[in-house]
Design a protein around this ligand. Structure first.
Ligand SMILES: [Zn+2]
Ligand SMILES: [Zn+2]
Ligand SMILES: [Zn+2]
Length: 758
């Protein structure tokens, strides 16, 4: 039994939506309620998971003809024991300021764009009340045309008539426009010379893409770089110019049918691809080749796929009729580019042509990335289509600004009962990213007109986000990284303490001076206790070890064997180091210089990837762990696992040494890499079960970057449930550091409340 919580926004009010939900729920025998509020239609029903999934499908399939769903936000929670279904009184009260995300083109608009007799035929900026830009164009609330970047376009008489007609689909559609009065396209050369305008620009851009050129396209939330995904040399050229070595590229397909030819697509994935959010969906590639260039996602069994989500993309893709790489318009690690003049500068040397338009983008918003895990959506990058939808709290909270972590940064703020989460900002490495971070905070404060009572940040003193917080004119609350991960997971699942959080990721600042990352945190009402962690080992070279799993593996071997680790030339990581490198590392480890101790689970994955010789150095974050996951999925399913030892009690230390010894002997006896990888995954899951049993808390929450791993997450949830635990994991908030800001808000709320009590 589960409770399904749904929030539907869009044209769902005054169109018989509540009676429809009532009929559907009673027919399906699902007890619960439906209610209409200024924030949308809220539904809660309880039943078996398959029935609830079916309920969601049927809402979309059977909804009243004139209704239109802009966003359907659903998540699962524990049942409350409803007995009947009721239509609740509409909740009145203060209208909360909700800014809707940008919404993929609706079927009605698409029909008009493709209709030769319509005045919006082939018009790339067609939209209506049910679709189009929002978050990317809004300056301040209330959401009104003069408060958007559309204010510079004066509506023509026809558009104005639609805008003013309560019966029209474009009644109060703020970005309403047509070829006569709205934004238009231009094709520019790399030097900014105008080569074509309007539809000619689009057709000419398609010709150059077909010829294998790289075209920067200004879309909804920023620039994409597009190139023919089947053209090997063009794809590698793009990699070279963008300085992006091996990280997979996302691909945009013209139609769902063309996606199906290349990838396995189930019902849930199909729904996600075509949803108003239209994220990049990670799909399993079909084995006999998908006709794509190898350079798209080298050695990767998954492909990040999306469908066109604006009229501009629909027109361009139907013109092309083949898949294109659609990667964000930036140099590696920089934020996505939003302004055409800036793009000329920043993307010169990367793009051959620029397909631009004159509708200003106020906020950069990247494509979101999601995958289906355990028959639910798991959002890994939360941006277009999702941001800035809030996480709802049970009670009013003080105003907190949370500035997030360092990687995959997002910020969040609590306003009343909502925690608003910003779009993905990125790694705060570059000046551009740090500036974007500052802009997002300023625009958040302006949009929600709020002054934070406190600013929450990570404990890491050197994170730029932490430094920003320390410089703010408000109380600063430092929050331990892994504690924030767990609280984020608890917040989106609406679950209260006590909870055992399994918080596993690459690295985070530990209050004891070590690098944390393989933590079991017992969350109680006031704070947390470190109940258990993985045995620590040294990371020779610190940051460098993150890029070189062979160093991490050596640190692991050194912890087990001491000096004699360097004599293990039979092992791949040792072989992969030159004698000069070994000399340096030997002295580093012996003296403990620049070799912090870590309990990181992510690093343990890296070390095993190195021992199996899958990856000695990585080209992008998490590559070692990702390849280990792929290998493991190649092996037959099994329950086989290695042994580990639990030591001590306060905290419990998980000793992985027996497991590593068995891995070494498996390698020696020629057991296949995929079988070892599978057994390793199983072992890590058994570790969770063993510790959870020893700690003895009923609820377990899984969070941290390691839980982007589908195999690990699915097995962990299943095994923990079998062992009798209630298990929670992420859905709409990323398990990685993109979710940290939400957890920081929650920690700060706890801290302020406890302060009041004392
Ligand atoms: Zn529309
Ligand atoms: Zn017009
Ligand atoms: Zn983290």
């Amino acid at each position: 039994m589960l409770r399904l919580k749904v929030v539907i926004r869009g044209a769902v009010q005054g169109v018989g939506f509540r009676p429809f939900i009532y009929r559907l729920a009673t027919e399906m025998r699902l007890p619960g309620w439906v209610s209409n509020t200024s924030e949308g239609v809220f539904i809660e029903v309880e039943g078996a998971r398959e029935t609830l999934q079916q309920f969601l499908f049927r809402i979309e399939r059977e909804k009243p003809a004139i209704s239109y769903i802009q966003s359907l936000d659903s998540s699962f929670a524990d049942p409350l024991g409803f007995t009947s279904f009721e239509i609740k009184e509409s909740m009145k009260g203060a209208k909360t300021a909700i800014v809707l995300p940008d919404i993929a083109t609706c079927p009605d608009c698409l029909r008009e764009v493709n209709n030769e007799r319509d005045r919006r035929y082939r018009y790339p900026f067609t939209n209506c009340t049910n679709c189009g830009p929002r978050f990317t164009i809004i300056e301040s609330l209330p959401y009104d045309r003069p408060a958007t970047t559309m204010r510079k376009f004066k509506m023509c008489a026809e558009c104005e008539a639609e805008y003013k007609d309560p019966l029209d689909r474009r009644f109060h559609a703020q970005p309403n426009a047509c070829p006569k009065c709205g934004p238009h396209l231009e094709l520019w050369s790399a030097s900014g010379e105008v080569l074509g305008v309007h539809d000619d620009a689009l057709r000419a851009a398609a010709v150059t893409i077909r010829e294998g050129r790289i075209v920067a396209v200004k879309g909804l939330g920023g620039f994409h770089l597009l190139v023919d995904a089947r053209n090997e040399s063009a794809v590698w050229e793009l990699r070279g110019r963008k300085q992006r070595e091996e990280k997979p590229f996302a691909v945009m397909y013209p139609t769902l049918e063309s996606v199906k030819a290349a990838c396995e697509v189930n019902e849930l994935e199909k729904r996600l691809l075509r949803s108003p959010e239209s994220p990049i969906v990670l799909l399993q590639r079909k084995p006999n080749g998908d006709g794509l260039a190898d350079g798209i996602a080298p050695g990767n069994p998954y492909l990040g796929v999306m469908l066109p989500y604006t009229p501009l993309h629909h027109l361009l893709m139907s013109e092309l009729g083949f898949p294109v790489v659609a990667t964000s318009g930036n140099l590696s690690d920089e934020p996505i580019c939003t302004d055409e003049h800036e793009a000329l500068r920043r993307l010169s040397g990367i793009a051959d042509f620029f397909l631009v338009h004159n509708r200003p983008i106020l906020r950069h918003v990247d494509d979101s990335i999601a995958r289906i895990v355990l028959d639910r959506e798991l959002v890994q990058r939360r941006a277009r289509g999702f941001a800035p939808l809030p996480v709802k709290l049970d009670e009013d909270a003080p105003a907190i600004l949370a500035v997030g972590a360092h990687q995959k940064n997002t910020v969040a703020s609590s306003v009343g009962q909502q925690v608003f989460v910003s779009q993905h900002i990125g790694d705060l490495e570059t000046t551009q990213a740090y500036e974007a971070f500052g802009r997002v905070i300023t625009s958040f404060e302006k949009l929600y007109e709020f002054t934070p009572q406190a600013v929450a940040c990570d404990l890491h003193p050197n994170y730029l986000s932490t430094r920003y917080a320390r410089g703010a004119d408000a109380r600063v609350i430092g929050v331990q990284h892994h504690y924030a991960h767990v609280l984020a997971c608890m917040a989106e699942n609406n679950v209260a303490a006590p909870v055992l959080g399994v918080s596993w990721d690459g690295s985070g600042y530990g209050p004891d001076g070590t690098v944390w990352g393989g933590e079991f945190l017992a969350i109680h009402n006031l704070g947390y206790k470190r109940a258990a962690h993985l045995r620590t080992f040294r990371l020779p070279g610190s940051e460098k070890a993150v890029k070189e799993p062979r160093r991490t593996a050596l640190g692991l071997l050194y912890e087990m064997f001491g000096e004699s680790a360097f004599e293990r030339d039979d092992l791949p990581p040792v072989r992969a180091l030159s004698s000069e490198e070994k000399k340096v590392l030997r002295s580093m480890l012996a003296r403990g210089v620049n070799s912090p101790l870590t309990s990181s689970a992510g690093r343990l994955f890296d070390a095993v990837a190195s021992l199996l010789d899958l990856r000695q150095t990585v080209r992008f974050e998490g590559q070692g762990a990702t390849e280990l996951e792929f290998r493991a999925t190649e092996a037959d399913e099994s329950d086989e696992h290695y042994l580990v030892r639990l030591q001590g009690a306060d905290p419990i230390v998980v000793d992985w040494a027996p497991m590593v010894l068995s891995i070494l002997s498996d390698i020696e006896s020629g057991v296949s890499k995929s079988v070892i990888a599978r057994k390793f995954h199983n072992t890590m899951v058994e570790v969770m079960v063993l510790v959870a049993q020893k700690v003895g808390m009923e609820c377990v929450a899984l969070s941290g970057g390691c839980f982007q791993n589908k195999l690990l997450t699915e097995r962990a949830v299943t095994r923990l449930q079998q062992a009798g635990f209630r298990v929670y994991w992420h859905q709409r908030i990323p398990p990685n550091d993109g979710g940290i800001a939400v957890g920081q808000v929650m920690a700060a709320i706890r801290e302020l409340k406890n302060g009041e009590k004392e």
